[in-house]
Each structure stands twice: as C-alpha cells, then as structure tokens.
Design a protein around this ligand. Structure first.
Ligand SMILES: Nc1ncnc2c1ncn2[C@@H]1O[C@H](COP(=O)(O)OP(=O)(O)O)[C@@H](O)[C@H]1O
Ligand SMILES: [Mg+2]
Length: 270
C-alpha cells in the first residue's frame, strides 16, 4: 500500500483547525491576498509568507511592520514594511508596494500568510523543533524522536537545505528553562504528534509518518508551523548517542514500507 503524502499546507491546516484541541496550536493562517495581508498585519507585527506546496524552506519570507517616529510629534508614526527572504531585506513604504513585489515573487503559485512566531534562540539564532511521529507495526501512533534545528546566520528559516544545523533537544531547551520544564514540554510534544497524526488520518487513512515543525515562543507557547507527510529520517541517524532511537525509527519505517534509500516515488494528494 502506498504511504500517503499530502503536499498542500492549506489542506492540512484546515483539517487541524477542525479539532478544537489542536486548533490552539495553529498560528493564524490565511490564503494570501492583499486583503489577508492587510488583516494579518493589522493584528500581528510579524507574518510569514510561504508557498502552499513548498518544501526545504524554499520561497519562505517574513514581513515585519515597523513604526518610525516622525520629526513632528503630532504626526502619527510612519509605518513601513520589512520584507526578508533568502539573505535579502527590502523596505516598503506601503502595503500596496509590498504586495506588488510579493505578487511578482509568487509567479502565479498559491501562497499562505501566517502569524509569525518569535522563536526561542540559541546563540542569537532562532531555532525550532522537529517531532517525528510514526505508525508502529501494531498500528499505534508513536512519537519516535525530537530534534532541534538552529537557523544559519541571518536566516529566517531553520531548514537543513538553508544551512540550518541539527541540535539535541535538551541542551537547547535548558538555555531557557529547567530540566523539569523541558521534560514537560517534551511530553506535550510527543502527545501533540500522536494527536495530529490521529486527526490527519481521519482524512488520509494511509498516512504512516509525519514530521511536525514546531515553534516554541518566548512565553513557551507551542505552535505547529507545518506538518510534513514525508519527513526526512536522516537527521535521526547517527546523531543521537543512543543508537536505539534511530533503530526504532528505521524499524517502523521498514515495517510500513518506506524505502530508506529514498529512490521510490510516492503518491501525492491534497
Ligand atoms: N509562522 C512562522 N513563524 C516563525 N517562523 C516560521 C513560520 N513559518 C515558517 N517559519 C520558519 O520557516 C521554516 C520553513 O517553513 P515551513 O512552513 O516549515 O515550510 P517548508 O515546507 O518549506 O519547510 C520553518 O521551519 C521555520 O523556521
Ligand atoms: Mg518545514
């Protein structure tokens, strides 16, 4: 049986939002339009804009709203918008000018706009987490590993393909909290992976594995940035001192028929 893969972030987001227990983990997300851009920047000073069917962080951008005090104190502060993508930064004086540039970058593809999360940092670089959840041979969803991913210098994304570096969960979190607090969050993340898999499985019965991209913000709120249905397994290989982690990942993957050499083509839906 083919392992189910779902490319559309929007399709997956809508399914998570149907579940009250999961909806609070999902940052505000809309399909991109000028109206959505205006609304989102009315509520959030930072937003992320990303291709609906993107991978590897390609095409992911952020926009931050800036307020500069004008010389005349009676005048309202001048608003400008800082667009960041790849290594570039551009400033725009109006939403319309920003929208024009964004539309040209989109090249006719669908994009999403999402509430930006201020990620925790390691050595002044943002990091997020990857939670791997797999179906066990006995048919239970099990979260089999969590890793941290630290962004490369001056990057707004943590993806490996963009120079992001994998770190162990615990030391990253201990820079911000106690061991007990980090363990509590680990438990919540393991449960979250299982619950997200269960919810997506209602719509995609042949799902076998998911990788949650999770952000922890400065108040330790947990946010699901996206759900990958074809998660990379290599970050879990050789990385942990304890080889039993990758052993279990591989055992489950072999049991549901994932080709670990990555040569076989998978069916995409959604
Ligand atoms: N809403 C957001 N707030 C903060 N960072 C984000 C947000 N969305 C994405 N990112 C950053 O960009 C990276 C790539 O975005 P993601 O949605 O995972 O797309 P991709 O499928 O390309 O990996 C994330 O791992 C995270 O580092
Ligand atoms: Mg991702």
């Amino acid at each position: 049986m083919t392992i189910q893969r779902v490319a559309s972030k929007w399709a997956k987001t809508k399914i998570l939002l149907k579940n009250k227990g999961l909806a609070s983990y999902v940052p505000a997300t809309r399909l991109y339009s000028l109206e959505a851009l205006e609304d989102m920047l009315g509520t959030h000073t930072l937003v992320y804009i990303k291709p609906d069917r993107g991978t590897y962080g390609i095409g992911v951008m952020s926009v931050e709203q800036l307020h500069a005090q004008t010389a005349d104190a009676d005048e309202p502060p001048a608003t400008s918008y800082k667009l960041r993508y790849e290594q570039k930064t551009e400033l725009f004086p109006s939403l319309e000018s920003l929208h024009k540039t964004l539309s040209a970058l989109f090249q006719g593809k669908d994009y999403l706009i999402q509430q930006g999360i201020h990620l925790l940092r390691h050595k002044d670089r943002p990091f997020d987490l990857r939670v791997l959840t797999q179906k066990s041979p006995s048919g239970q969803w099990v979260s089999t590993g969590i890793i941290g991913r630290v962004a490369a210098k001056n990057k707004i994304i943590t993806n490996h393909h963009s120079g992001g570096v994998v770190h162990h969960y615990k030391p990253l979190m201990l820079e911000h909290m106690t061991a007990q607090e980090a363990e509590n969050i680990r438990k919540e993340l393991n449960m979250l992976g299982v619950n997200v898999a269960g919810q997506l499985q209602k719509s995609y019965p042949n799902l076998k594995e998911i990788g949650l991209d999770v952000a922890i913000d400065e108040r330790w709120n947990i946010w699901i940035l996206e759900v990958n249905t074809k998660p990379a397994l290599f970050p879990f290989k050789k990385f942990f001192k304890d080889p039993s982690i990758y052993k279990q990942v591989k055992k489950y993957a072999n049991a549901y028929g994932r080709n670990l050499s990555g040569k076989k083509k998978a069916k995409k839906t959604g």
